[in-house]
Write a protein that binds this ligand. Structure first.
Ligand SMILES: CC(C)(COP(=O)(O)OP(=O)(O)OC[C@H]1O[C@@H](n2cnc3c(N)ncnc32)[C@H](O)[C@@H]1OP(=O)(O)O)[C@@H](O)C(=O)NCCC(=O)NCCS
Length: 187
């Protein structure tokens, strides 16, 4: 159960868990996103788009099995990925869910060897708190604009472009695995 406004507990103390999304979460993800899209705070996503990109998504599920937050990392180019469709159900806002999902995306981007993560957002203060900086939208590659030009608000949407540069990966030395051949012994 969500905590009250005066007493916001961190999400892991309310029995919620962050995990990668599965196909069965698609409708709950869409409902969450479109709730805010109806208020012009996010872009609508079709069910088709969500299924096609389901592997991008993280969700937070309560102990009762309700999906109360979602968001995903979408790789755009060789060095670049976007944090997309970040949404937290209202009673659960302020418990650290948005931050947990965004940081999971940043960590995944780092693991993938990407250099930059960006977000297009109406909530710059939230992203600033997790290390993103405002940039001129025009500095993002043209590929990013593909979705913008399809948006009814283009070109005057007012979304702010923010990026977080990732530290270069430190070289990890992985010891070679012992070789085990499953061949039948020749007698
Ligand atoms: C924006 C949103 C994702 C934030 O999620 P959240 O779970 O409420 O945020 P968190 O509890 O993880 O907050 C993390 C930090 O950001 C701060 N923060 C959260 N929302 C903020 C806002 N709107 N303005 C300023 N700071 C904010 C919190 O105070 C917290 O700071 P701290 O780390 O110093 O304690 C959520 O409010 C939401 O779903 N909004 C509606 C949809 C939307 O606008 N999505 C963004 C699309 S890009």
């Amino acid at each position: 159960m969500a905590s009250t406004d005066t007493e916001k507990l961190p999400y892991y103390e309310i029995g919620a868990r962050l995990r990668k999304a599965c196909v069965a979460d698609a409708r709950a993800i869409q409902a969450l996103i479109n709730l805010y899209a109806e208020r012009d705070e996010m872009l609508h996503r079709s069910l088709g788009e969500i299924y096609e990109n389901i592997r991008d998504f993280y969700v937070v599920e309560t102990g009762e099995g309700e999906i109360v937050a979602c968001g995903g990392l979408h790789v755009v180019w060789s060095h670049l990925a976007e944090i997309k469709s970040l949404a937290v159900k209202e009673p659960y806002q302020g418990c650290g869910l948005g931050k947990a999902i965004a940081l999971a995306c940043v960590e995944e981007a780092q693991d993938l060897g990407l250099k930059t993560v960006f977000a297009l957002t109406y909530k710059p203060e939230f992203f600033a708190r997790i290390g993103f900086k405002v940039v001129d939208k025009a500095t993002l590659p043209h590929k990013v604009w593909n979705e913008c030009v399809r948006c009814p608000k283009f070109p005057g949407c007012g979304e702010i472009a923010m990026v977080r540069e990732l530290a270069p990966a430190t070289e990890e030395v992985i010891p070679p695995a012992p070789v085990r051949l499953a061949l039948p012994l020749i007698e």
